[in-house]
Design a protein around this ligand. Structure first.
Ligand code: ADP
Ligand code: NI
Length: 218
């Protein structure tokens, strides 16, 4: 087996084991979907598919959401993992760069991605946050974090800093307005944009029906 293929396989096994017990929408199957979408988008762009695959597989390892908001935990663990498997420094630093800059940080905070490989992984992660899959994950996350489905007296907040976004404990319908509905305009690649638009429309249909049912019109 080529070295690259072996490292990807080792990474897959490591991540599957690490995230198998998660019930907040960040389980292994989220990573699996992001991995597959990333390869699909990557094949349409001129990218290094090894970096894309490692970035996609490792992107949620040590996410700040599961380390009391610590943003440096993720890249640190990823570096450790890759170095122990003798990955070269260029691979390690490119993957760590993706892992440390991928996350959404609030409606008013820009999250630019330097490399095309990173842009592909970010698009794939964002596609899995919207559409039918995104709806399922948002409510799974809300449940895991003891959040309400909806509260009519609590309007969405457009967070202007990562810190404010991190501290937010709002209900899950707000999360659509504070993040999920904004993602289609933040996609990097053309193929990502196209897929995002379809998924976006599906969320709009869902929210409209939710509103009708909440207000006793349906
Ligand atoms: P990111 O790193 O950009 O936040 P993730 O892969 O970690 O992306 O996935 C984040 C997903 O977790 C969201 O798309 C959403 O489904 C869920 N999530 C995060 N915060 C909330 C929240 N406050 N309410 C509901 N769901 C949330
Ligand atoms: Ni993710």
């Amino acid at each position: 087996m080529a070295i690259t293929q072996k490292l990807i396989e080792q990474t897959r096994r490591f991540v599957e084991e690490e995230l198998s017990g998660d019930s907040s929408g960040h389980d292994w199957w989220h990573i699996f979907r992001v991995w597959k979408i990333a390869v699909r988008l990557g094949e349409e762009e001129n990218v290094d598919l090894e970096i894309v695959q490692l970035g996609a597989l490792l992107h949620d390892i040590g996410d700040w959401k599961f380390h009391n908001g610590d943003e440096s935990a993720g890249p640190r663990r990823v570096r450790e993992f890759l170095e122990r498997r003798q990955a070269d420094e260029s691979t390690v630093s490119q993957v760590c760069d993706i892992v440390s800059t991928i996350s959404f940080k609030g409606a008013g905070v820009a999250t630019p991605m330097q490399t095309l490989e990173g842009q592909v992984v970010q698009d794939a992660d964002r596609l899995d946050a919207i559409g039918a899959m995104g709806i399922a994950r948002a409510f799974a996350y809300g449940g895991a974090k003891d959040r309400l489905i909806y509260h009519p007296d609590e309007p969405p907040v457009m967070h202007q800093s990562f810190d404010a976004y991190k501290k937010s404990k709002g209900h899950t319908i707000n999360h659509f307005h504070e993040k999920l509905l904004l993602l289609k305009d933040r996609m990097n690649t053309d193929s990502g944009k196209r897929l995002a638009l379809e998924r976006h429309r599906f969320m709009e249909t869902f929210l409209k029906q939710f509103d009708e049912e909440w207000n006793g019109r349906a």
